[in-house]
Design a protein around this ligand. Structure first.
Ligand SMILES: [Zn+2]
Length: 240
């Protein structure tokens, strides 16, 4: 890319970010004003999103990640994640720009996809993967909870936050080698009020899935409470 083009792209990016501050009703990606109030993408950018259709596909790429690791029912992710894409922009806005509307949109897409797939009608609870209290304080919210709220708007299922929690980082944990601190010896997640999920159908929700390590740790915790089934949904799927 030549230098002028590079500068032009950056100027455009900052201009859109600035305009978005002043006039919130413009598309996050292209800056178009052809947008419904409180939405973050224009119809044109929305149709460019790389939908996976995983929720309708048996043994999809997300299901396969957990084979031999975690006993999950049908699972999936809404969009394919690639670098420098609209999907990356939405996730970045949600995680680092306090843009809840981006998370709401991602959740909404999952919700509509779940409804369309017709394989998730028995789900009793949405469970957002928790973040540590410190992270929640800095960010102002748990991004997975915002995604759950977006799902529930399209596919009305109660959100349950009272069961799964994330443990504080301990000194030993930070010192120990990553491989050593598997969730067996020093658990990352914990559960309480386990009777609430006994014999219930659960959908665990996260923003992105890559290796599946986080979902595996959280999911194996939930399975200890003997739910009727456990499913997993992420907003985006990326190859590890
Ligand atoms: Zn646009």
């Amino acid at each position: 890319m030549n230098f002028i083009k590079y500068i032009a792209l950056h100027v455009k990016k900052y201009l859109i970010a600035f305009l978005h501050l002043v006039y919130p009703s413009i598309c996050l990606h292209c800056g178009s004003t052809d947008i419904i109030k409180f939405q973050v993408l224009c119809p044109n950018c929305y149709t460019q999103l790389p939908f996976t259709d995983f929720f309708e596909i048996e043994d999809n790429n997300v299901d396969k990640i957990f084979w031999g690791r975690l006993a999950l029912g049908p699972s999936g992710a809404g969009l394919f994640f690639t670098k420098n894409s609209i999907v990356q922009l939405l996730l970045f806005e949600l995680k680092y720009k306090q843009n809840k509307r981006a998370g709401f949109l991602l959740g909404n897409m999952i919700g509509w996809a779940l409804k369309k797939a017709n394989r998730f009608n028995e789900i009793d609870y949405l469970i957002p993967i928790p973040v540590r209290k410190n992270t929640e304080r800095t960010r102002g919210y748990n991004q997975s909870l915002i995604i759950c709220e977006g799902i529930a708007q399209a596919f009305p299922i109660p959100i349950l936050q009272a069961v799964l929690y994330k443990n504080k980082k301990t000194n030993t944990q930070t010192r120990k080698d990553r491989i050593e601190r598997g969730h067996h010896s020093n658990p990352v997640f914990g559960i309480k009020n386990t009777l609430q999920i006994w014999n219930k159908h659960l959908l665990l929700v996260d923003d992105i899935i890559t290796t599946g390590a986080t979902a595996e740790a959280a999911g194996s915790c939930l399975l200890q409470a003997n739910p009727a089934s456990l499913h997993f949904a992420a907003a985006a799927y990326t190859l590890s």
